[in-house]
Design a protein around this ligand. Structure first.
Ligand SMILES: [Mn+2]
Length: 357
C-alpha cells in the first residue's frame, strides 16, 4: 500500500507539499491539473512541472485524481469523439510522465453531493453531511449556490462554476438518458480509452457515485457490487478497474465494503483505495466522521484487513476529514483530520502486517 494524500496544487490549496511530507508514513501525492478545463488536453510540460515539484519535496507522484470526463461523453452526443481524442492524448502524456493510476467518475451533472458542508458535531468539529429528505426539497440551483457559498472561498473539484452554470440545459439533456444508456456511453468511452491506457501502463480507476443512488432524478450507475461487476466487464481488461471509496459506496448500507474489497481485489481490479468512515443515521441520512471505527458505521480494521488479504499494493488515501483545531480550509480537505486519518490507517496496516507474519 502506498499511503497518499490528495493535494489541490500550489494555486488552489492552502496546504503545502512540506505539510504533507511531515505526516508520518506519507509516501505519495494525488493531484490533478486543476486549471485545465474539463475536456481539454493536459500538456506534458505542465504535468512534468507538477511531477518535479512533488518529487523535489520527497513524495511520489504516480496517481491522478481526477481526469474528469466531459459531459458530452456521458451524454453520448457526437461531440464526444473530440473529447475522447483529447482524453487519449492526456493519457499518453500522463504515461510519459510515469503516471500509473488515473481516477475518474461517470456521474451526470453533479459530482459528489452533500446537503450541508459544515454540520457541527458535539465536539465542535464540523463535517459534510447528507440528508435525502432535505435534498428532495432542494432546487438544484439553490444547492449549487449553497455549495459555492459554503466552500470558504475555495473552488471545489466537481463544483466548478463553469461546469454548473448551464444546469437547466443539462437537466434537459439528461431527460431521456436512463441507466442503460449511461452504461452504453461508459462502454463507448472505455472501448476507446482502455487499449491506450493498457499500452501506456495506466490503470483506470472509476470512482463510485457519491452518494451511490440517483439524485435529482439523474441516472447513476457506479453504485453497487452488481453494477461495478458490470462496469469492469464492459471492457474486460485488467486496466479497467475501480477506485474503491468506502465512504461513497458504503453510504448505502447494502454495500458491504470489506466483502466488495475482497471480491474485486482478488480479481485484480482495485487500483486505488479511498478509505474513510461515515456515520449512517438512517437510510439516506449520514454525516462524515473521523476515520476511527468507533466514530462511524464502518469497521475500519476489517476494511484495511480486506485490502491486506488481497495483497493490495496500490495507492490508498485518507478521504474527507472533519474541520478541527480551528482550521479554515476546503470543506472535507483540511490538513489536520486527514493527517490523523492517514496515521490511523497506517497504524492499522502495521498491526495487520505484524499479526499476519
Ligand atoms: Mn472518494
Amino acid at each position: 500500500m502506498i499511503m497518499s494524500f490528495r493535494w489541490y496544487g500550489r494555486n488552489s490549496d492552502n496546504i503545502s507539499l512540506q505539510d504533507i511530507r511531515q505526516i508520518p508514513g506519507m509516501k505519495g501525492v494525488v493531484t490533478a491539473l486543476f486549471d485545465i478545463p474539463v475536456g481539454e488536453v493536459w500538456p506534458l510540460d505542465k504535468i512534468l512541472a507538477v511531477k518535479k515539484d512533488i518529487e523535489d519535496n520527497g513524495l511520489l507522484f504516480n496517481t491522478i485524481e481526477s481526469v474528469n470526463i466531459h459531459e458530452d461523453i456521458k451524454l453520448g452526443i457526437p461531440s464526444r469523439d473530440k473529447y475522447i481524442e483529447n482524453y487519449i492524448t492526456t493519457l499518453k502524456n500522463l504515461g510519459q510522465a510515469g503516471i500509473k493510476v488515473v481516477c475518474y467518475n461517470f456521474m451526470p451533472v453533479f459530482d459528489w453531493t452533500r446537503t450541508e458542508l459544515a454540520k457541527v458535531l458535539p465536539d465542535g468539529s464540523t463535517v459534510l453531511s447528507y440528508n435525502q429528505k432535505v435534498l428532495e426539497n432542494l432546487d438544484p440551483n439553490t444547492m449549487v449556490e449553497d455549495m459555492v457559498k459554503g466552500s470558504n472561498g475555495f473552488e471545489m473539484a466537481g463544483w466548478e462554476k463553469s461546469r454548473l452554470k448551464e444546469l437547466k440545459h443539462l437537466f434537459e439533456a439528461y431527460k431521456d438518458i436512463d441507466e442503460e444508456r449511461l452504461f452504453d456511453h461508459l462502454k463507448y468511452f472505455l472501448e476507446a480509452i482502455i487499449p491506450v491506457a493498457a499500452k501506456n501502463d495506466i490503470k483506470m480507476a472509476i470512482h463510485p457515485d457519491d452518494p451511490p443512488w440517483s439524485v435529482f432524478g439523474l441516472p447513476r450507475i457506479t453504485t453497487c457490487k452488481k453494477n461495478l461487476e458490470r462496469i469492469v466487464k464492459l471492457v474486460d481488461n485488467p486496466y479497467n478497474g475501480l477506485t474503491l471509496c468506502s465512504g461513497s459506496l458504503g453510504a448505502n448500507p447494502d454495500n458491504d465494503i470489506p466483502s466488495i474489497v475482497r471480491y474485486f481485489g482478488k480479481m485484480g481490479r482495485i487500483h486505488f483505495g479511498h478509505v474513510r468512515n461515515i456515520k449512517i443515521h438512517e437510510r439516506g441520512v449520514f454525516d462524515e466522521a473521523s476515520h476511527n471505527s468507533e466514530d462511524g458505521s464502518f469497521d475500519m480494521y476489517e476494511i484495511m484487513k480486506a485490502f491486506y488479504d488481497v495483497g493490495f499494493e496500490g495507492p490508498v488515501r485518507p478521504d474527507h476529514g472533519r474541520m478541527i483545531w480551528g482550521e479554515k480550509g476546503r470543506p472535507g480537505y483540511g490538513l489536520y483530520d486527514r493527517a490523523l486519518g492517514a496515521v490511523y490507517l497506517n497504524g492499522l496496516w502495521e498491526a495487520i502486517i505484524k499479526a499476519n507474519r
